[in-house]
Design a protein around this ligand. Structure first.
Ligand SMILES: [Fe+2]
Length: 220
C-alpha cells in the first residue's frame, strides 16, 4: 500500500475529470444513458468521500503504447483536453494490459488498456472500474460482450466506430449494456484513446471473465 487516494493529487484530479464528464455531459435524451451517468458519478462521490487506499501496480507497456503520445497530443488539442492532460501527468505509472488469456497476434500489437481505479487498483475500489483503452490506427477489436457489467466509452482522441453504426468523435459517450455485443474499428491515420467506466456487482468486476464472441459455445 502507498497511502490513500488523497496522497496522490494527480489521480484525484484525473478522477475529477471523469466526474465532470459524467456529471455535465448530455444523455442525449436516453434514459439508459442518464441512469448510467448517474450510477458512475454517484460512485465517484462515494469514492471522494471514502478516500480509498492507493495500491500502486508495476508499470507496464505494450506495443500499442508507442501510439500514446500521439493520442494525448490529439486529445490536448480538442474538447477533451482536460482529460488528456490529466492522463499525461500519470502516464509513467500506467499498467497496460490485454485482459484476455488468448489475444490474437494481430490485436496484441494494436490494443491495450489500463485501469486507474478498480478492485486491482491503483485506486482500490470494488464497485467501479475506470480506465483507458488505446487502439492503433486501422484496428478491429473483435466482437464481445460483458456479462452483468454496464460499460461506457468516452472518446478522448481519434475517430472510431462501434458495430458499423456511426463514427464517434472526441467527447462522445457510448453505452454498452450488459450482454450487448459490440465490435470496434478505428480510423486510418490516428490512434484512438477512449476513457471507459465499468459499473457492476463487485464479484463481477473482480473477475470479469473477458472472452471474444467465438463460434464455439461458451465453456460454462
Ligand atoms: Fe467492451
Amino acid at each position: 500500500m502507498s497511502g490513500t487516494l488523497n496522497d496522490h493529487p494527480d489521480f484525484v484530479y484525473l478522477l475529477r475529470e471523469f466526474e465532470m464528464l459524467y456529471r455535465h455531459g448530455s444523455a442525449g435524451g436516453s434514459t439508459a444513458i442518464r441512469g448510467h451517468r448517474k450510477r458512475v458519478r454517484d460512485e465517484l462521490s462515494r469514492i471522494f468521500a471514502a478516500n480509498p487506499p492507493f495500491d500502486p501496480r508495476a508499470a507496464s507497456l505494450k506495443p500499442v503504447t508507442a501510439h500514446l503520445s500521439r493520442g494525448l497530443d490529439l486529445g490536448e488539442r480538442g474538447n477533451m483536453q482536460g482529460m488528456a492532460r490529466a492522463l499525461r501527468e500519470i502516464r509513467e505509472t500506467l499498467t497496460w494490459e490485454y485482459g484476455y488469456d488468448r489475444v490474437p497476434p494481430a490485436l496484441a500489437k494494436k490494443y491495450a488498456y489500463c485501469e486507474i481505479l478498480g478492485p486491482r487498483g491503483p485506486i482500490v475500489w470494488d464497485r467501479l472500474i475506470l480506465g483507458f483503452v488505446l487502439f492503433a490506427p486501422r484496428t478491429t477489436y473483435p466482437q464481445h460482450s460483458h456479462s452483468k457489467i454496464e460499460e461506457s466509452y468516452i472518446s478522448v482522441a481519434g475517430a472510431w466506430s462501434e458495430n458499423n453504426a456511426a463514427v464517434y468523435a472526441p467527447g462522445s459517450l457510448i453505452l454498452n449494456r450488459p450482454g450487448d455485443e459490440h465490435r470496434i474499428t478505428t480510423g486510418e491515420r490516428d490512434p484512438c484513446l477512449l476513457a471507459y467506466a465499468w459499473a457492476g456487482p463487485a464479484e463481477q468486476l473482480g473477475d470479469p471473465g473477458m472472452k471474444f464472441t467465438g463460434r464455439r459455445k461458451p465453456q460454462g
